[in-house]
Each structure stands twice: as C-alpha cells, then as structure tokens.
Write a protein that binds this ligand. Sequence first.
Ligand SMILES: Nc1ncnc2c1ncn2[C@@H]1O[C@H](COP(=O)(O)OP(=O)(O)OP(=O)(O)O)[C@@H](O)[C@H]1O
Length: 344
Amino acid sequence: MIELEGLTKRYGDKVAVDHLTFTVRPGIVTGFLGPNGAGKSTTMRMMLGLDNPTAGSVRIDGRHYAQLKDPLTAIGALLDAKAMHGGRSAYNHLLCLAQSNGIPRGRVGEVLETVGLTSVAKKKAKGFSLGMGQRLGIAAALLGDPKILMFDEPVNGLDPEGIHWIRNLMKSLAAAGRTVFVSSHLMSEMALTADHLVVIGQGRLLADTSMAEFIRQNSRSYVRLRSPQHERLLDVLHESGITVVEAGGGTLEVDGHTPEKLGDLAASHHLTLHELSPQQASLEEAFMRLTAESVEYHAHSDTTGHLPPEALPPDALAPPEERPGPQPGGWGASWQQGTDRKGA
Ligand SMILES: Nc1ncnc2c1ncn2[C@@H]1O[C@H](COP(=O)(O)OP(=O)(O)OP(=O)(O)O)[C@@H](O)[C@H]1O
C-alpha cells in the first residue's frame, strides 16, 4: 500500500504537486493519469525518495522510503528506462542492483526470463532498442519480488505483443495481491488495464475512483438511432417531446431515454430501425472533459483552457477496438522525461 498525505512539491514559484492525499491499494491496478506537466513523474519520484517533498508525506507499507531496508524488495519501479549504465550488459546491470539489495544472484536469470531478454543477457544495454530498454527496466522493478510495483509509461516503445504482455503482467501482479501503480497517456490501454484511477491536473487531485465510476461521472451516455425513414422518425421523436441531435450520416443521438423506450416508440409507428445502440463515452473522452481546465500545453489556438466539443477526437465515442492510438504530436503523444529537468 502507498499512502500520500498532503504531498506537495514546489520548484521556486511553480507548485508541481499540490497537497495530494490518496492511497494506492493492493490487489488492483491503479492508473495514474494527468495531462502533460500535471505532476505525475514528480509524485512518483517523491514516492521513491528521489525528490524531497516541500510538505506532506509518502508511506510505503507504513514507512518512509528512507526507512526501507533493501528498498527493491519493498517497492520496484520503472521510471526512466534509459536511466542505466549503457556500458554494462543487461545481466550485469541487474546483478549490481541485486547485490546492492541483498537479492540472490539466481533471481537475475529469473527476471530476464520473465521479460524475454535471456538471449540478449550478455549484450550491452546501450545497444538496446527502446522496447528492450523498457523490458530491462521492468526486470529491474521485478528483481526484488516486491509487494509494490510502480510503472511510469511502461508501454512506451513496446510493440503490440509487448503491450499485451505488460498488460497481462500488471493484471497478474495485482491478482496475486500486489499493489500496482501505473501512469500512461495511452487511454485505450489504461481502459483495458486499470481497475481504479487517480487523476491529477496542475498538481491537484481531480479524481480518485473506480474506472467504471470515473467514466460514468465524466461522460455522456446516449442512444444512437438510424432509420431509412429518417424524416418520419425525427417527426415522431419531436412529437413525443424527445430532444434529438442530428449527428450526420443519417444518425440521430438521443440523451436521457433508454433504447427500449425508443425502439418501442419506433415500432408503434411502424418505423424500421437500422441502428438502435446505447453509447458510452470512452475513457479518453471522460479524461479530456475532466482535465480540460487543467491542460497546460495546448496544441490548438484556444487560450481559454476549455476544449470545445469539436476539439474532442472524432473517434472518442467509438468502442475501444475501433479507436486508433494517440496521434503523433497530439496531447496523447507521450514524451520521455529528460533527467536534466528532473534532476532537482
Ligand atoms: N526539476 C524540476 N525543476 C523545475 N520544474 C520542474 C522540475 N521537474 C518538474 N518540474 C515542473 O513540474 C511540473 C510537473 O512536472 P512532471 O514532470 O511531474 O509532470 P508529468 O505529469 O509527469 O508530465 P508528463 O505527462 O509530461 O510526463 C511541470 O510544470 C514541470 O515543468
């Protein structure tokens, strides 16, 4: 369990993390979301004792990080996959970590096997691709068989097979009773992986709730209708006092009424329906609605901080399997943190 209480970090005038209080519980995957610059990495660094809080505290199973004996056996983390000695082989990199934390040598081979790097164990890490580096970072996190695992953008650079693998790994770690805390900008991936969400914006807590509740509270649900007797259907709906939005392509959208009621209404007027489908917004849309006010870095010209509806991705309402990944250069495109900016 990770417990944050009033956690705050200031860099000069900049409040990077602002009185965060929440608990990350065992047995589930908790997703950590926020727009660029929201304070996620800073929060994770303070959890690992890499940055000192200006105020507040973090406890790892009841203790401050500095009080942990052999910290890798209590909490394993992937923060920056490139933060390793490139001249060392993957095996030696992990062996050094193991020796400094009282972890038996045999565990190195085990974690290399788990992440699929056994065949390149003797190769120097500087020749690794981004995806291989991520796998090595994950191996380091697993090395001490810790009860708590923390991953900052773990799928960054992984191919589809790798993404599938890390998703299942996180779920199985949680199912085994471990605490799993993961940040990602890939909303479709987060929707498939996390059970619970902590969302921050400009350093402040915006939500701490289950995935289902988060989407329900922050998104619109409606029914989509399509009929070859479009005009007649519109008339029937209007006559029944039902507000309709014409969504283009001959589709109609209705809020606040069940598919059953709308289907029965159409049938009672002998109207044919080619579509009658309940729609639930995606995690991406829910996230963008909640954080629109706190997005620091906009890719469009609106300076108010509000995202107009037309700025939402056109696929935001599509089911996850039909949604493309984040667009290059869009808000969803993640960028690897440079250590220079994080050095304080
Ligand atoms: N060492 C530092 N010195 C000064 N400001 C910093 C430092 N590290 C972070 N910040 C600032 O603190 C804020 C939070 O940054 P942080 O990297 O924690 O956000 P993030 O949510 O991880 O962002 P991203 O999604 O882009 O990775 C940003 O405004 C950032 O510029």
